[in-house]
Each structure stands twice: as C-alpha cells, then as structure tokens.
Design a protein around this ligand. Structure first.
Ligand SMILES: [Zn+2]
Length: 437
C-alpha cells in the first residue's frame, strides 16, 4: 500500500468535524465512517457499548492474561478564530503534508492504531494477546470517556499489561543541536490543581470606595506569586531520565555537558529555569499560572467576593497538598482564602524495566532504525492517566515523525502531518502488535 492509499483513508477522518461538545451527530457520522473505512475491524472486532459516543473495540487474541490497550481520542479542539491557510476540516494535501484539525492531535493515533489492526486482520493474523482500541469522545474537555473504558476493564477484572496513548512523538532533529531524531516516549505526567483564591469585602457603591478592596488584595497576591519562586526547583527521577536520554541524541560536542547536567541533579534543577524558563521551569519545578478571574457583575459595584484561578502543575517530587499549603500561607498575608478545585498528583512513572515496555521500545527501533528512544517527562495531561490504576505500563507516545514546527500547530492554526508519517506509524503499530506476547 502506498502513501496515497493511507492519505485517502485518513482524510475521511479529518473531514468529519468531531469538535468536543459540538454537534453529537458528528460523532455518529464519525462512527459510520470508521465502520465503512475499516471493514475488517467492523467484521472481526467486538464493539463494547459504554455509552456517550465512546468507542471500545476488542480484538480477541490467543490469550487474555496480558492485554494491550491502544488509546486515542475522537474529539478535536475547535478550529475557529485562528487564521488557517486551508479550511480546517477540508484535509487539503500540499507539499507532502495534510492540513486539518486533528491531524496530529490525535486522529493520526486513532488512524494508525485502527488501520494497523485492520491490516493485520486482513493478513489473517491472530494476536498473541487480546487487543483493545479505546477512543474517548471527550478528551479535550477532560470528559469521562476514558474513565468509562477503565471502569469497564475494572468491572471485568481486566488488567492491561500495557496501555499506549498519545503524548510524545518522533521529533525530527534540530540540525544545530541534534545528531538524530528522537522518539519521545511519555513515561509520566505532572499533577494538576486548580486553586481558587478568594478575597472578600463588604461591597458597596463604587462612588464611595473603601481604601482596600478584594480585587486589589488579589492583585497583590498574584504579583507576589509571580515575582517569587514559590515552588522550589528539584531534580526528579523522570526529569533525570529525560536529560540523560536527550544527551544521546545531541551532537557530540553537547553530549558530555548534558550527561553532566543529568548527574548534577540539584544544581541543574536550579540553573536550568534561569537559562530557559519556558522548558526549565516546568521540567524541574511545580509551576503556577493565573488563568481566570471574576469580580463584580456590574462596572459600578464593588465586589463582595472576587477570585482568581491559580492553575498549578505539580512536579512528581511535590504533591497537590504541599503546593496548596504553600499558596494558602501566602494568601493569608493578603487576607485571601484558597479553595481547592479539580486536582490530581503527578502520575506514577511507567515501569521501564518491564517486558512490555521493552517490546514497545524494540518495535520503535525496528520501525525507525535511525531514531533514539528518549524517556519523556510530560508537562501536560492525557487520557492515559486514567488507566494507571489498572496498569503498570501506561505510556504516552505515538511514534509518528513530526517537525518542531508541526508540533507547534497543535491546538493552533494550520495543524498538519507529513503524508509519509501515516504509513510509518501504521507500520510501527503493526510491528508492535505482531511481536507482542
Ligand atoms: Zn490529544
């Protein structure tokens, strides 16, 4: 099968605008497209009804004791408001790339997994172990789709040996620094907490303001937190694994420095955010940023209550509890209260010594002999975390080649994928499933 064959199938998925929380009919249509496009899957796999528009397929293997779960999500973020070169749901092909919302987040993952299974079925292959394809309809809005699949597994006493979801990719080398492409395999994700910081007052008419009002106290709090290093930098096990792994893809002249940086844990953690805040801070610290705020509902009213939301990303060496306590101490200074909302600690690190992880890495190396595998410490979140309760090896990586420019189009305008990446990624999943035992 040539690239054209894959592109034509892939385009059908992109052309169906499955925007989360948009028209549910689009998801119904999407399912119909899947049914018609992947006929072998439709004929051979069991579709397990979970509700919503969540999809869970079971492909029965010779054994059921070490099942594999391949995850992706059907939904995409909205494409409006951005300046697209081509309409975001037209799937226009140009210059060896397909443009459209979802091309790298992550209909590419959905396509590669279901296409791999479809082809293997067509070849008469029977997997050694049961294989599940689990596709949520609401990942982008942190909806319950993946949890519904996890709860199904729990109810059936199924413990996946390995779960593979979106996350890292194969990042094409940046010529100046890197000697080869790097497969970034997500092994853990940071924790998350939304903390509402609340200031209260007596309210009143804005024509007779008191000296100190809730919004001013909140502003002082926000300024204090931004100006001070509230959470201390520390080297964590996954951050160290990533630094040392990255050393292997760097040009020889940078390699020794990166190795030393990995070994000099505490010093590196302190210095890196100063050199490069954008990557250094999230890698070695819990971070906080203010994302939402609210005061009075009219312009001439002094609010009785005002609040800001502090979005905290929790490092694996911290905990939500520790971070909230820290914010609480500071909030008190400015006569503010804190209220913990949505939260979770950092995920446990995937078991990198287990057989299933080794098999994943071996399949990456077989498909991409020119690529180095690098453990990837993820700052953001994926649906994969829901499965960690029932699996020791939850990894986040679609081995799909992307440039750093393409990665920056995720959730932005002009999202696009290399045409050649489609076939390569399908080949990867076929290799992995064929050899998995
Ligand atoms: Zn995604």
């Amino acid at each position: 099968m040539d690239d054209k064959f894959y592109v034509e199938k892939f385009k059908k998925l992109i052309q169906c605008p499955t925007v989360s929380q948009d028209d549910p009919e689009n998801f119904v249509r999407f399912h119909k497209i899947l049914d018609e496009t992947f006929e072998n899957v439709t004929a051979k796999c069991q579709k397990i009804e979970l509700g919503r528009n969540v999809l869970l397929y079971k492909w029965s293997g010779k054994n059921s004791n070490k099942p594999v779960v391949l995850m992706a999500h059907q939904d995409v973020v909205p494409a409006g408001g951005a300046d697209w070169k081509y309409p975001p749901f037209a799937a226009v092909e140009e210059d060896g790339k397909v443009f459209g919302r979802g091309t790298i987040d992550c209909k590419n993952t959905l396509f590669a997994t279901i296409q791999a299974v479809d082809e293997l079925i067509g070849e008469g292959f029977v997997p050694e172990q049961d294989v599940y394809l689990s596709y949520s309809d609401c990942e982008e809005i942190s909806g319950p789709g993946a949890e519904m699949a996890r709860d199904y597994f729990k109810s059936q006493g199924i413990r996946p040996e390995i779960v593979v979801d979106e996350g890292g990719a194969i990042v094409k080398k940046v010529d100046k620094f890197m000697s080869k492409d790097a497969a970034m395999v997500g092994i853990l994700e940071k924790g998350y907490a939304d903390v509402k910081i609340i200031a209260r007052g007596k309210g009143g008419h804005s024509s007779q303001p008191p000296k100190h009002t809730p919004i001013a106290r909140l502003a002082e709090f926000v300024r204090y937190v931004e100006r001070h290093s509230v959470f201390k930098p520390k080297m964590s096990v996954p951050a160290k694994a990533m630094v040392l792994g990255l050393a292997d893809v760097l040009k020889p002249k940078y390699r020794a420095l990166a190795k030393a940086a990995g070994r000099l844990g505490a010093l590196t953690a302190h210095v890196a955010p100063k050199i490069n805040w954008h990557y250094g801070a999230p890698m070695f610290k819990s971070t906080v940023v203010f994302t939402m705020c609210e005061g009075a509902t009219a312009s001439n009213v002094i609010p009785q209550t005002a609040w800001v939301n502090a979005n905290v990303r929790v490092s694996p060496v911290d905990s939500v509890e520790k971070c909230v306590k820290k914010l609480e101490r500071i909030a008190k200074k400015f006569d503010c209260e804190v209220e913990l909302q949505n939260h979770r600690d950092a995920s446990p690190m995937a078991d990198l010594t287990g057989e299933s992880y080794k098999q994943f890495v071996a399949a990456v190396k077989e498909t991409y002999p020119d690529v180095e595998v690098v453990p990837y410490y993820m700052f953001g979140g994926t649906d994969c975390r829901t499965m960690q309760e029932i699996s020791n090896t939850a990894i986040r990586c679609t081995p799909c080649r992307m440039s750093s420019e393409q990665l920056s189009t995720m959730h932005a305008a002009n999202e696009n994928i290399y045409v050649t990446s489609l076939k390569e990624t399908v080949t990867f999943f076929k290799t992995f499933l064929r050899k998995y035992k």
